[in-house]
Ligand binder design. Structure first.
Ligand SMILES: *Cc1c(COP(=O)(O)O)cnc(C)c1O
Length: 364
């Protein structure tokens, strides 16, 4: 069987050269005589992997000196608890409710204090980024939380809110896909399985002054200071995931870094949205001005047609196009590792499907 084009929202496709390199090194890594999976996390060989991974991420994202980079476990979802546990002083934070992930972050913060929702797009199934009214912001908020890219609804913030509290962003489905000015944020966190590696690994980029002030009830493993002090080696980190993430970082450098991949990502998104905007069968569900360039949800308006489209696309090697149950229809996730050829194939397939559907209609 051939490799397919995998449009999954996550775990998502990885660059083929990364998988091939990992396969080549699977049983024997460098001069260690063993696999990366079998290396001690305290070994010289693994220390080099994690240090180079940090160095690469710092250079790719242009992370300022006064920020720590942490490689943690527990996915992005653990950050929904870690952020309030570490940043709460007044036990109050502001949130923009732009989707399911934002809702989960809000729900979790409420366990430790109050979560003030300053704006929401729930009225229209999160199909847009709401306009923010600064008079709704809490003057004593410990942080201001946004989901930079809404994986399920295909929207993204193009303008960052102008806030005085540290800005915290869930960047799981946007990290490394476009330039982000790290200096505008207090904390940026992202699960690896969307854009830079296998699941189970979460990267946290945090301004140093926000570390070391956790609430007293904070579990040791949930305290940023624990991991910052130990270079993410307080306990056994997800070693193999960090190794793969670093291979992705190396691959990204070969693509011209974030600036290089951003150009390709914009081209891919323009191709797909360009077709959707002119299509008489398919229609994008997110508001044009807020469209994500990573996740593209679309519908035909008929559940039956959506289902038949997904089935035929799957048979053609275009897989995991089913949309989230709250939106229905389809969603094409076109992260960094999705080559432009995959998007071209998808658009070609949609064109053919549309032409066939129109012929069918004309005959009936
Ligand atoms: C996938 C995703 C998450 C959850 O990540 P886990 O690693 O499964 O915890 C959180 N936020 C966003 C925006 C996501 O896309």
């Amino acid at each position: 069987m051939e490799r397919v084009y995998n449009f999954s929202p996550g775990p998502a496709c990885l660059p083929l050269p990364v998988l091939e390199k990992a396969a080549k090194e699977m049983t024997l890594y460098g001069k260690t005589g063993m696999s990366v999976m079998e290396l001690s996390h305290r070994s010289k060989a693994f220390l080099e992997i994690i240090q180079v991974a940090e160095k690469n991420l710092r250079s790719l994202m242009d992370i300022p000196e006064n920020y720590k980079v942490l490689f943690l476990q527990g996915g992005a979802s653990s950050q929904f608890a870690m952020v309030p546990l570490n940043l709460f002083k007044n036990r109050k934070a502001d949130f923009v409710k732009t989707g399911q992930w934002a809702k989960k972050a809000i729900e979790q913060a409420k366990a430790y204090g109050s979560a003030n929702v300053v704006a929401s797009s729930e009225d229209k199934i999160f199909s847009y980024i709401p306009v923010l009214d600064p008079s709704e912001f809490s003057p004593d908020a410990d942080y201001f939380h946004i989901t930079l890219n809404n994986t399920i609804y295909g929207t993204r913030f193009t303008l960052l809110p102008d806030v005085s509290a540290p800005l915290v962003a869930d960047a799981s489905s946007i990290i490394l896909s476009q330039a982000i000015d790290v200096s505008k944020f207090g904390v940026i966190y992202a699960g690896a399985q969307k854009n830079f590696g296998p699941s189970g690994l979460c990267a946290v980029v945090i301004r140093e002054d926000l570390i070391g002030k956790a609430l007293p009830e904070t579990p040791i493993m949930f305290n940023y200071k624990t991991h910052a002090d130990e270079g993410s080696l307080y306990n056994t980190p997800p070693t193999y995931s960090i190794y793969i993430a670093n291979l992705v970082f190396e691959w990204l450098k070969d693509q011209g870094g974030v600036a290089g991949i951003q150009k390709v990502n914009e081209e891919k998104a323009a191709l797909l949205y360009g077709f959707l905007d002119g299509s008489s069968l398919f229609k994008g569900t997110a508001e044009v001005k807020d469209r994500s360039i990573m996740n593209v949800p679309f519908v035909t308006g008929s559940e039956e047609t959506d289902e038949s489209f997904i089935k035929e696309a799957t048979a053609a090697g275009l897989v995991n196009l089913k949309g989230h149950r709250t939106v229905g229809g389809m969603r094409a996730s076109i992260y960094n590792a999705m080559p432009i050829e995959g998007v071209q194939r998808l658009v070609e397939f949609m064109k053919e499907y549309e032409a066939k559907a129109l012929r069918g209609k004309a005959q009936s």
